[in-house]
Write a protein that binds this ligand. Sequence first.
Ligand code: ATP
Ligand code: MG
Length: 240
Amino acid sequence: ILEIAGLNKWFGAMHALRDIDLSIAAGEKIVVCGPSGSGKSTMVRCINALERYQTGEVRLQGRLVNADCDSLLSVRREVGMVFQSFNLFPHLSVIDNVALGPRKLLRIGREEAEHRAMDLLARVKLADQARKVPSQLSGGQQQRVAIARALAMNPKLMLFDEPTSALDPEMVKEVLDVMMSLAHEGMTMICVTHEMGFARAVADRIVFMADGAIQETAVPQAFFCGDCGARARQFISHIT
Ligand code: ATP
Ligand code: MG
């Protein structure tokens, strides 16, 4: 579903992504980890055409993705993204946050969009919060709304960039539980996270990045038993 080949990106003189190659099949779940500044967010943002890149290719279902392609809208439609900060519309109710994309971009009528939004809110266990505004919810609840909002566009691929790292510890689990059930339903997912319990449970592959490059790609079992390079081993020993 996604193919990245020879991807390089610079911010001025800063070489942020180096020769990234990564292919992801439909239904696969990839966990991306690595030290701060290693390029994880930048890579994810290139996949969603939020960031330009200089060389190489990103292809989504065969179609070229870059920040000035004609297919920008369809890329954004097909790729759901959840960030560390929830980025909800503060003045809209929870249900309107979820229903807005389908109404405006998919031109679905209000009634049907709200009906679907309620289904999604039930899926993230927030049906009873639909009429509140985001500031009335906890961080974990807001992040679950953000997930429901991304799912409302019926994406083929979901990108998560450290979705739990801004949350109080007691709220991390409720968000990871939603992500896990999404994984079990067969969603294709790329998750930047340092939640290694999640990685063990759902990742088909773990991608370890450092200095803008993919240093290791391994199945969780191999990754966690230290069957990888020194850098990755050192990283694992710091976070587990
Ligand atoms: P973290 O774990 O802290 O989120 P990361 O792996 O996501 O880190 P990126 O945010 O992708 O790292 O950043 C990779 C490198 O690119 C860093 O050195 C960062 O300073 C640089 N960088 C990121 N965004 C920009 C930008 N808009 N302009 C200039 N440099 C940037
Ligand atoms: Mg980041």
